[in-house]
Design a protein around this ligand. Sequence first.
Ligand code: FES
Length: 184
Amino acid sequence: MTTCPHCPTDNWPELERGYRAMLPEDVLAFIDGNRDREHSESLLIATLHMVQDHFGHLGPGHLEAVAQLMQIPLAKVTGVATFYHYFRLQPRGRFLINVCLGTACYVKGAEKVAQKLMDELGIHFGETSKDGVFSLESTRCVGTCGLAPVVMIGEEVHGPLAPGQVPALLETYLARAAEEMAKV
Ligand code: FES
């Protein structure tokens, strides 16, 4: 019988089934395929990427399942997930705001625009607003430097954008989100 070195109980097979049910097939195959290799941080990062690609974020249950199935302490898995900014620990909001911090945008004041967005939304990069409407992230040159400073919301490019224009821009998307909700 397979036993888990972290569990003094004899019901590991049952627990393992539960954890396996929380992850998609490709992730399970990846974990199983690398079972005999030393679990380096790069392997853990690759696994977390696959989980995030599937679910859009890394929830507490996903982290626990990865920890148990890879037999890595949960504190380490959580530490890696929180250390790297590209991992999202909350579901993405309806609209993803990407602030371009590429050189052209930076010299034209992208930081001030980013700060205004954070102030208005009450969140930082990598977070989602309480109402679930907006997630805030940063990116490098999106290829429209002539419009710097640029903010992308979903697939739409906005620029040049001054901090003072941010509230009205957010209102537009809030109204769109409310319209969508009304149709559901
Ligand atoms: S640097 Fe922002 S669009 Fe190029």
